[in-house]
Design a protein around this ligand. Structure first.
Ligand code: TUI
Length: 307
Protein backbone atom coordinates (compact mmCIF):
# COMPACT_ATOMS: atom_id res chain seq x y z
CA UNK A 1 0.00 0.00 0.00
CA UNK A 2 1.63 3.22 -1.22
CA UNK A 3 0.60 6.64 0.11
CA UNK A 4 2.28 10.02 0.37
CA UNK A 5 3.41 8.95 3.86
CA UNK A 6 5.18 5.75 2.73
CA UNK A 7 6.93 7.89 0.08
CA UNK A 8 7.80 10.68 2.55
CA UNK A 9 9.29 8.34 5.13
CA UNK A 10 10.66 5.64 2.80
CA UNK A 11 8.72 2.83 4.48
CA UNK A 12 6.88 -0.26 3.25
CA UNK A 13 3.68 -0.02 5.33
CA UNK A 14 1.81 3.18 6.33
CA UNK A 15 2.02 2.38 10.05
CA UNK A 16 3.78 4.69 12.50
CA UNK A 17 4.46 3.62 16.08
CA UNK A 18 3.45 6.16 18.73
CA UNK A 19 6.33 7.99 20.47
CA UNK A 20 5.17 6.91 23.93
CA UNK A 21 6.96 8.20 27.04
CA UNK A 22 9.12 5.51 28.74
CA UNK A 23 7.77 2.87 26.31
CA UNK A 24 9.07 3.93 22.92
CA UNK A 25 12.78 3.22 23.39
CA UNK A 26 15.29 1.92 20.87
CA UNK A 27 14.30 -1.78 20.92
CA UNK A 28 10.67 -1.05 20.05
CA UNK A 29 11.43 1.68 17.50
CA UNK A 30 14.00 -0.49 15.71
CA UNK A 31 11.66 -3.51 15.67
CA UNK A 32 8.82 -1.50 14.10
CA UNK A 33 11.14 -0.02 11.47
CA UNK A 34 12.67 -3.45 10.72
CA UNK A 35 9.14 -4.76 10.17
CA UNK A 36 8.48 -2.11 7.52
CA UNK A 37 6.65 0.48 9.62
CA UNK A 38 8.07 3.68 11.07
CA UNK A 39 9.48 3.37 14.59
CA UNK A 40 9.75 6.35 16.92
CA UNK A 41 11.90 6.94 19.98
CA UNK A 42 9.85 8.87 22.52
CA UNK A 43 12.11 11.54 24.04
CA UNK A 44 9.43 12.36 26.65
CA UNK A 45 11.20 13.99 29.60
CA UNK A 46 14.61 12.38 29.01
CA UNK A 47 17.78 14.51 29.03
CA UNK A 48 19.16 15.23 25.55
CA UNK A 49 22.22 12.99 25.96
CA UNK A 50 20.03 9.99 26.78
CA UNK A 51 18.05 10.66 23.62
CA UNK A 52 21.29 10.78 21.63
CA UNK A 53 22.29 7.41 23.08
CA UNK A 54 18.86 5.96 22.24
CA UNK A 55 19.20 7.14 18.63
CA UNK A 56 22.66 5.58 18.35
CA UNK A 57 21.45 2.28 19.79
CA UNK A 58 18.51 2.17 17.38
CA UNK A 59 20.96 2.71 14.51
CA UNK A 60 22.88 -0.37 15.73
CA UNK A 61 19.70 -2.45 15.45
CA UNK A 62 18.35 -1.24 12.10
CA UNK A 63 19.42 0.40 8.85
CA UNK A 64 15.81 1.36 8.16
CA UNK A 65 14.54 4.89 8.82
CA UNK A 66 13.12 5.81 12.22
CA UNK A 67 12.24 9.04 14.01
CA UNK A 68 12.07 10.78 17.36
CA UNK A 69 9.01 12.17 19.13
CA UNK A 70 9.71 15.34 21.09
CA UNK A 71 7.31 16.10 23.92
CA UNK A 72 7.18 19.89 24.06
CA UNK A 73 6.29 20.11 27.75
CA UNK A 74 9.80 18.82 28.42
CA UNK A 75 11.98 21.72 29.63
CA UNK A 76 14.90 20.04 27.77
CA UNK A 77 13.10 20.06 24.44
CA UNK A 78 15.40 22.75 23.02
CA UNK A 79 18.48 20.53 23.54
CA UNK A 80 16.65 17.44 22.26
CA UNK A 81 15.65 19.45 19.17
CA UNK A 82 19.36 20.01 18.44
CA UNK A 83 20.35 16.39 19.12
CA UNK A 84 18.00 15.08 16.40
CA UNK A 85 19.73 17.42 13.92
CA UNK A 86 23.23 16.33 15.02
CA UNK A 87 22.27 12.65 14.83
CA UNK A 88 20.49 13.05 11.48
CA UNK A 89 17.19 11.27 12.13
CA UNK A 90 14.73 10.84 9.27
CA UNK A 91 11.73 12.54 10.90
CA UNK A 92 10.56 14.27 14.03
CA UNK A 93 7.07 14.16 15.47
CA UNK A 94 6.11 16.54 18.27
CA UNK A 95 3.45 16.34 20.96
CA UNK A 96 1.71 18.39 23.61
CA UNK A 97 2.47 21.80 22.15
CA UNK A 98 3.54 24.01 19.29
CA UNK A 99 6.90 23.20 17.62
CA UNK A 100 7.07 26.35 15.43
CA UNK A 101 10.31 27.69 16.85
CA UNK A 102 12.22 24.50 15.96
CA UNK A 103 10.78 23.93 12.51
CA UNK A 104 13.18 26.11 10.44
CA UNK A 105 16.20 24.34 12.01
CA UNK A 106 14.77 20.86 11.33
CA UNK A 107 13.73 21.68 7.78
CA UNK A 108 17.15 23.13 7.00
CA UNK A 109 18.68 19.85 8.21
CA UNK A 110 16.38 17.90 5.85
CA UNK A 111 14.42 16.31 8.70
CA UNK A 112 10.76 15.61 7.94
CA UNK A 113 8.59 17.49 10.42
CA UNK A 114 5.33 15.88 11.54
CA UNK A 115 3.59 17.65 14.44
CA UNK A 116 0.88 15.84 16.39
CA UNK A 117 -2.22 18.04 16.44
CA UNK A 118 -5.60 17.72 18.10
CA UNK A 119 -7.51 20.48 16.25
CA UNK A 120 -8.14 21.82 12.75
CA UNK A 121 -6.67 25.24 13.62
CA UNK A 122 -3.39 23.70 14.77
CA UNK A 123 -3.20 21.49 11.65
CA UNK A 124 -3.62 24.52 9.37
CA UNK A 125 -1.05 26.48 11.33
CA UNK A 126 1.48 23.63 11.10
CA UNK A 127 0.96 23.39 7.33
CA UNK A 128 1.58 27.13 7.03
CA UNK A 129 4.84 26.78 8.96
CA UNK A 130 6.05 24.09 6.56
CA UNK A 131 5.12 20.78 8.22
CA UNK A 132 5.53 17.80 5.88
CA UNK A 133 2.50 15.99 7.36
CA UNK A 134 0.48 16.00 10.57
CA UNK A 135 -0.58 13.30 12.97
CA UNK A 136 -4.21 14.08 13.80
CA UNK A 137 -4.87 12.55 17.21
CA UNK A 138 -8.34 11.92 18.56
CA UNK A 139 -9.22 11.72 22.27
CA UNK A 140 -9.43 7.91 22.11
CA UNK A 141 -5.63 7.96 22.33
CA UNK A 142 -3.70 7.22 25.51
CA UNK A 143 -1.77 9.81 27.50
CA UNK A 144 -2.13 13.55 26.96
CA UNK A 145 -5.18 14.17 24.75
CA UNK A 146 -7.28 16.85 23.07
CA UNK A 147 -11.07 16.99 23.04
CA UNK A 148 -12.09 15.79 19.55
CA UNK A 149 -12.75 12.21 18.49
CA UNK A 150 -10.80 10.50 15.70
CA UNK A 151 -14.01 9.87 13.72
CA UNK A 152 -14.83 13.58 13.48
CA UNK A 153 -11.33 15.14 13.63
CA UNK A 154 -9.69 13.23 10.75
CA UNK A 155 -12.09 14.21 7.93
CA UNK A 156 -12.15 17.83 9.10
CA UNK A 157 -8.34 18.04 9.06
CA UNK A 158 -8.15 16.16 5.74
CA UNK A 159 -10.48 18.81 4.25
CA UNK A 160 -8.55 21.70 5.81
CA UNK A 161 -4.96 20.92 4.70
CA UNK A 162 -3.16 19.69 1.59
CA UNK A 163 -0.34 17.86 3.38
CA UNK A 164 -0.90 14.16 4.19
CA UNK A 165 -2.70 13.27 7.43
CA UNK A 166 -1.74 10.38 9.73
CA UNK A 167 -4.64 9.28 11.96
CA UNK A 168 -4.09 8.44 15.64
CA UNK A 169 -6.31 7.52 18.56
CA UNK A 170 -8.40 4.36 18.71
CA UNK A 171 -6.68 2.36 15.97
CA UNK A 172 -5.72 -1.16 17.05
CA UNK A 173 -6.49 -3.53 14.19
CA UNK A 174 -7.12 -3.76 10.45
CA UNK A 175 -10.70 -2.53 10.84
CA UNK A 176 -9.53 0.66 12.53
CA UNK A 177 -6.83 1.11 9.92
CA UNK A 178 -9.35 0.65 7.08
CA UNK A 179 -11.77 3.04 8.78
CA UNK A 180 -9.29 5.92 9.03
CA UNK A 181 -8.28 5.28 5.42
CA UNK A 182 -11.94 5.83 4.51
CA UNK A 183 -11.79 9.12 6.45
CA UNK A 184 -8.91 10.27 4.25
CA UNK A 185 -5.86 9.41 6.36
CA UNK A 186 -2.74 8.19 4.51
CA UNK A 187 -1.28 6.30 7.47
CA UNK A 188 -2.16 5.31 11.01
CA UNK A 189 -0.17 5.95 14.17
CA UNK A 190 -0.60 3.08 16.63
CA UNK A 191 0.50 3.15 20.25
CA UNK A 192 -1.29 0.81 22.65
CA UNK A 193 -1.04 -2.31 20.49
CA UNK A 194 2.75 -1.88 20.32
CA UNK A 195 2.97 -1.54 24.11
CA UNK A 196 2.22 -5.27 24.39
CA UNK A 197 4.59 -6.26 21.55
CA UNK A 198 7.26 -8.87 22.31
CA UNK A 199 9.99 -6.27 21.69
CA UNK A 200 8.43 -3.76 24.11
CA UNK A 201 10.47 -3.44 27.33
CA UNK A 202 7.42 -2.49 29.38
CA UNK A 203 6.87 -4.40 32.65
CA UNK A 204 4.81 -7.62 32.30
CA UNK A 205 2.19 -6.28 34.74
CA UNK A 206 1.57 -3.32 32.43
CA UNK A 207 1.18 -5.56 29.38
CA UNK A 208 -1.19 -7.89 31.24
CA UNK A 209 -3.26 -4.92 32.41
CA UNK A 210 -3.78 -3.83 28.78
CA UNK A 211 -4.62 -7.37 27.66
CA UNK A 212 -7.18 -7.74 30.46
CA UNK A 213 -8.68 -4.25 30.00
CA UNK A 214 -12.40 -3.93 29.28
CA UNK A 215 -14.00 -1.08 27.31
CA UNK A 216 -15.01 0.84 30.44
CA UNK A 217 -11.58 0.60 32.09
CA UNK A 218 -10.38 3.70 30.22
CA UNK A 219 -10.65 6.97 32.19
CA UNK A 220 -9.38 10.53 31.85
CA UNK A 221 -7.64 12.28 34.74
CA UNK A 222 -6.72 15.97 34.83
CA UNK A 223 -9.75 17.42 33.00
CA UNK A 224 -9.86 20.14 35.70
CA UNK A 225 -6.16 21.03 35.42
CA UNK A 226 -6.18 21.54 31.64
CA UNK A 227 -3.91 18.50 31.15
CA UNK A 228 -6.25 15.61 30.44
CA UNK A 229 -4.46 12.25 30.47
CA UNK A 230 -6.10 8.99 29.38
CA UNK A 231 -5.12 5.99 31.53
CA UNK A 232 -6.49 2.65 32.67
CA UNK A 233 -8.50 2.74 35.85
CA UNK A 234 -6.78 1.70 39.13
CA UNK A 235 -6.31 2.77 42.77
CA UNK A 236 -4.47 5.93 41.68
CA UNK A 237 -7.26 7.07 39.30
CA UNK A 238 -9.89 6.30 41.94
CA UNK A 239 -8.17 8.63 44.40
CA UNK A 240 -7.35 11.18 41.70
CA UNK A 241 -10.90 11.45 40.36
CA UNK A 242 -12.31 11.68 43.89
CA UNK A 243 -9.89 14.48 44.76
CA UNK A 244 -10.54 16.19 41.42
CA UNK A 245 -14.29 16.12 42.04
CA UNK A 246 -13.84 17.66 45.47
CA UNK A 247 -12.01 20.60 43.87
CA UNK A 248 -8.45 19.73 44.94
CA UNK A 249 -5.61 22.04 43.88
CA UNK A 250 -3.25 21.33 40.98
CA UNK A 251 -0.39 20.74 43.44
CA UNK A 252 -2.40 18.22 45.43
CA UNK A 253 -3.38 16.34 42.28
CA UNK A 254 0.12 16.43 40.89
CA UNK A 255 1.43 14.60 43.95
CA UNK A 256 -0.46 11.52 42.75
CA UNK A 257 0.90 11.56 39.20
CA UNK A 258 4.49 12.71 39.65
CA UNK A 259 6.70 9.89 38.43
CA UNK A 260 3.64 7.67 38.18
CA UNK A 261 4.20 6.60 34.55
CA UNK A 262 7.71 5.41 35.33
CA UNK A 263 6.35 3.53 38.35
CA UNK A 264 3.90 1.61 36.16
CA UNK A 265 6.09 1.04 33.08
CA UNK A 266 9.39 0.20 34.79
CA UNK A 267 8.44 -1.09 38.26
CA UNK A 268 5.15 -2.72 37.23
CA UNK A 269 3.20 -0.89 39.94
CA UNK A 270 -0.07 -0.85 38.02
CA UNK A 271 -2.16 -0.03 41.11
CA UNK A 272 -0.51 3.25 42.11
CA UNK A 273 1.21 4.09 38.83
CA UNK A 274 -0.15 5.77 35.72
CA UNK A 275 -1.10 3.08 33.17
CA UNK A 276 -1.38 5.21 30.05
CA UNK A 277 -3.21 3.43 27.22
CA UNK A 278 -5.78 4.29 24.58
CA UNK A 279 -9.45 3.34 24.63
CA UNK A 280 -8.52 0.60 22.20
CA UNK A 281 -6.97 -1.35 25.13
CA UNK A 282 -10.29 -3.21 25.43
CA UNK A 283 -9.76 -4.58 21.91
CA UNK A 284 -6.21 -5.80 22.45
CA UNK A 285 -6.08 -9.42 23.51
CA UNK A 286 -2.82 -10.98 22.37
CA UNK A 287 0.93 -10.64 22.37
CA UNK A 288 2.80 -10.68 19.09
CA UNK A 289 6.02 -9.41 17.59
CA UNK A 290 5.98 -6.01 15.88
CA UNK A 291 6.26 -7.81 12.54
CA UNK A 292 3.20 -9.96 13.28
CA UNK A 293 1.23 -6.92 14.47
CA UNK A 294 2.00 -4.88 11.36
CA UNK A 295 1.44 -7.74 8.91
CA UNK A 296 -1.84 -8.74 10.55
CA UNK A 297 -3.19 -5.17 10.53
CA UNK A 298 -2.23 -4.65 6.89
CA UNK A 299 -3.67 -8.00 5.77
CA UNK A 300 -7.01 -7.35 7.54
CA UNK A 301 -7.18 -3.80 6.20
CA UNK A 302 -6.32 -4.72 2.62
CA UNK A 303 -9.05 -7.38 2.62
CA UNK A 304 -11.61 -4.82 3.84
CA UNK A 305 -10.48 -2.06 1.50
CA UNK A 306 -10.80 -4.38 -1.52
CA UNK A 307 -14.44 -5.19 -0.73
O1 TUI B 1 1.74 14.16 23.50
C1 TUI B 1 0.85 13.33 23.41
N1 TUI B 1 0.61 12.42 24.37
C2 TUI B 1 1.35 12.29 25.53
S1 TUI B 1 2.70 13.19 25.95
C3 TUI B 1 2.84 12.35 27.38
S2 TUI B 1 4.13 12.68 28.48
C4 TUI B 1 3.37 13.07 29.89
N2 TUI B 1 3.72 12.35 30.94
C5 TUI B 1 3.18 12.61 32.11
C6 TUI B 1 2.26 13.61 32.26
C7 TUI B 1 1.89 14.37 31.17
C8 TUI B 1 2.44 14.08 29.96
C9 TUI B 1 1.89 11.41 27.47
N3 TUI B 1 1.06 11.39 26.42
N4 TUI B 1 0.05 13.30 22.33
C10 TUI B 1 0.15 14.25 21.30
C11 TUI B 1 -0.78 15.36 21.51
N5 TUI B 1 -0.49 16.59 21.30
N6 TUI B 1 -2.04 15.26 21.95
C12 TUI B 1 -2.54 16.51 22.00
C13 TUI B 1 -1.54 17.35 21.57
C14 TUI B 1 -1.52 18.77 21.38
C15 TUI B 1 -2.20 19.62 22.25
C16 TUI B 1 -2.12 21.00 22.05
C17 TUI B 1 -0.80 19.31 20.34
C18 TUI B 1 -0.73 20.67 20.14
C19 TUI B 1 -1.40 21.50 20.99
O2 TUI B 1 -1.29 22.80 20.74
C20 TUI B 1 -1.52 23.72 21.77
C21 TUI B 1 -0.86 25.01 21.41
O3 TUI B 1 0.27 25.21 21.84
O4 TUI B 1 -1.49 25.76 20.66
Amino acid sequence: MKTRITELLGIEYPIIQGGMAWVAEHHLAAAVSEAGGFGLIGAASAPAEIVREEIRQAKELTDKPFGVNIMLLNPNSEEVAKVVVEEGVKAVTTGAGNPEKFMPMWKEAGIKVIPVVASVAMAKRMERYGADAVVAEGMEAGGHIGSQTTMTLIPQIVDAVNIPVIAAGGIGDGRGFAAVTMLGAEAAQIGTRFVVADESIVHENYKNRIIKAKDIDSVVTGQSTGHPIRVLRNQMTKEYLKLEQSGASFEELEKLTLGALRKAVMDGDIMNGSVMAGQVAGLISKRQSCKEIIEEIMMEAEKLLKL
